[in-house]
Write a protein that binds this ligand. Structure first.
Ligand code: NAD
Length: 298
């Protein structure tokens, strides 16, 4: 029997730029459970995403279990670094990747979605960016560190602030975090580990504030390694996938759909009493204190 537990729910998934990442996988699972999907795509890559979509590049990945193709009702251009039009610096406005784009700040996208849909039910924050991610923390500049926090953590605070009032009572919000928030993962630099720590802390505080203000839930998934476009840019994702495969309790690769399934649960009424949680979906790697492939153990 078809699972339609999210039938008619409207889900805004922010941070989809192709079919390789967690945002896409979550949207795909939500769609297969009956949700109506709208995307938020980073302004500088909006055109290439649209061209790829229109050219059928994602058609195979759009296929749902019932054979139909995932429909995306609208794709909103968004830059989650900016809250209001006056916060966009001149050099960004005039950058050729932004020229011709309008209304891409978080508050403006919220207004557009309110005009188009009234209320929504689900918000997913699946985005991160740290311009100095390849640098160790000791070599990270103040500017690089603050940019990592701004685009990877404050973006979540701002999305909850502007979208909270648009989310139906009982609705649900989710972000994606990573184990490097509170365990050392050498190579995950540029302040990105700090950004994920802030994101997890904010998940709890926002669960309280958004729960009290709008009776909605706020949770986080700490995902295992996936060779998404963003992860490949860090430069050692294949090693992290291999490390997890060798050392995690479950010796298998993480499939993006496994994060999609956990997300669909947290975002559904079945999780109606769950808020403020960071749920590990990582084959159990977080539970390990020793590397089973360490030469010291042999
Ligand atoms: N891939 C992994 O191994 C892994 C592990 C744990 C957590 N995560 C988290 O999952 C989330 C999704 O990342 P992914 O790995 O699936 O890669 P991805 O490349 O599919 O997604 C990242 C998205 O963020 C968008 N983005 C960057 N800056 C933005 C901005 N200012 N405004 C709007 N969008 C912006 C990018 O365009 C991209 O589409 C991130 O929060 C990431 O940290 C990933």
């Amino acid at each position: 029997m078809k699972n339609e537990s999210l039938k008619g729910k409207i889900a805004f998934v922010v941070g989809v730029g192709d079919d390789q990442g967690y945002g896409w996988a979550i949207a795909h699972t939500l769609a297969s459970e009956g949700a109506r999907i709208i995307f938020g795509t980073w302004t500088p890559i909006m055109k290439i995403f649209q061209m790829s979509w229109d050219g059928g590049k994602f058609d195979e990945s759009r296929r749902l279990p019932d054979g139909s193709l995932m429909q995306v009702e609208k794709v909103y251009s968004i830059d989650a670094m900016y809250d209001t039009p006056d916060s966009v610096p001149e050099d960004v406005k005039n950058n050729k990747r932004y020229l011709g784009s309008t209304n891409y700040t978080i508050s403006e996208v919220a207004s557009k979605i309110e005009a188009d849909y009234g209320k929504i039910d689900i918000l997913v924050h699946s985005l991160a960016n740290g311009p100095e991610v390849k640098k160790p923390l000791l070599e990270t500049s103040r500017d690089g560190y603050l940019k990592a926090i701004s685009s990877s953590s404050y973006s979540f605070v701002s999305l909850v602030k502007y979208f909270g009032p648009l989310i139906n009572k009982g609705g649900s919000i989710l972000n994606l975090t990573y184990l490097a928030s509170n365990r050392v993962v050498p190579g995950y630099g540029g302040g990105m580990s700090s950004a994920k720590a802030a994101l997890e802390s904010d998940t709890k505080t926002l669960a309280f504030e958004a729960g009290r203000a709008w009776q909605i839930r706020v949770n986080s998934i700490s995902a295992g390694p996936l060779a998404s476009r963003a992860a490949k840019a860090i430069g050692f994702i294949e090693k992290m996938i291999n490390y997890s495969h060798v050392n995690a309790p479950l010796q298998k690769n993480i499939e993006a759909d496994e994060i999609g399934n956990a997300a669909a649960f947290l975002l559904s009424p079945k999780a109606s009493a769950i808020t403020g949680v960071v749920l590990f979906v990582d084959n159990g790697l977080h539970a390990m204190a020793t590397s089973t492939d360490s030469p010291t153990l042999s």
